[in-house]
Ligand binder design. Structure first.
Ligand SMILES: Nc1ncnc2c1ncn2[C@@H]1O[C@H](COP(=O)(O)OP(=O)(O)O)[C@@H](O)[C@H]1O
Ligand SMILES: [Mg+2]
Length: 263
């Protein structure tokens, strides 16, 4: 990737409201081809609103989303997905009464061509052998971690060029979280899929992504490479669970108690 190449996904001055409530405001994000970018934020920061607005699930009040140089804000999610921008929503949302295989096949409706379908299925089962073993079981019977794998696998069946991941670690053990993020890395490395992942789990997200943004109360308050963000005092204190940077044993994020100035 040359640094001069335009970003594959570019969000400018994005603003989304729920009725009278402003959820995100003035948000600018760039995702370059082949990169992994994370947006970190506490519960309610606006992470899901951001991804849902980018993916066309909700319409912005203002601002633009450019995907491969084309404005897509206001387009429907299915149209955007056909173009190769695919969301893995918060809470997985697998179809509980469809089998694992049928869930994966649902993702293939958003692909341009049916060619290579079986190869793609085999590749996904290679990444997630747990799914292969449960191919004929209902999605609703899977564990949380397996459902996350299924949701990611379903998105990959659409052959996305950009994958949007909404809190893949939600409700998962630290071990499973690491497993999921290792696969995220592999997908990025092996398929060159560009990935935008929003997370509360700053430690794993910063260790996985190339670049990051910090979101608070609907606004971006800090940005940089993950290496830069990891050593910022505020990030260490408020997102990595103390000056030592060690995540809390129970996996919960420490919440700040005072208003702070980002530096
Ligand atoms: N459907 C909705 N209706 C009204 N307010 C909402 C809705 N969804 C989210 N919000 C509000 O928007 C803000 C951002 O929420 P969200 O994007 O879900 O944050 P996050 O994903 O970071 O937890 C919060 O204040 C939340 O209460
Ligand atoms: Mg959310």
């Amino acid at each position: 990737m040359s640094p001069q190449a335009p970003p594959v996904l570019s969000v400018r001055n994005l603003e989304t409201w729920y009725g009278p409530v402003s959820a995100i405001k003035g948000v600018n994000i760039d995702l370059h081809e082949g990169r992994i970018v994370t947006v970190l934020g506490a519960n309610g920061a606006g992470k899901s609103t951001l991804l849902n607005t980018i993916a066309g699930v909700i319409n912005p009040f203002k601002g633009s989303v450019e995907f491969r140089g084309r404005p897509i804000q206001g387009l429907d999610a299915d149209v955007v997905a056909l173009d190769g921008l695919v969301l893995v929503p918060e809470g997985r949302q697998v179809f509980p009464f469809l089998t694992v295989r049928e869930n994966l096949m649902m993702g293939s409706f958003a692909r341009a061509t049916p060619e290579g379908l079986e190869d793609d299925l085999a590749r996904i089962y290679g990444w997630f052998p747990q799914l292969k073993g449960r191919e004929q079981q209902h999605g609703g019977l899977l564990s949380g971690g397996e459902q996350q794998m299924l949701a990611i696998g379903r998105a990959l069946m659409a052959r996305p060029s950009v994958l949007l991941l909404d809190e893949p670690s939600l409700g998962l053990s630290p071990l499973l979280t690491r497993e999921i993020f290792a696969i995220v890395r592999r997908i990025n490395a092996e398929l060159r899929t560009s990935i935008l992942v929003v997370e509360q789990n700053a430690a794993i997200a910063l260790a996985t992504a190339d670049d990051g943004y910090i979101m608070e109360l609907g606004r971006i308050v800090a940005a940089g490479t993950c290496a830069e963000l990891m050593v910022k005092d505020d990030v260490k204190e408020f997102y990595l669970g103390g000056a030592g940077g060690a995540p809390r044993a129970d996996g919960r994020k420490q919440r700040w108690k005072r208003r702070k100035t980002w530096r």
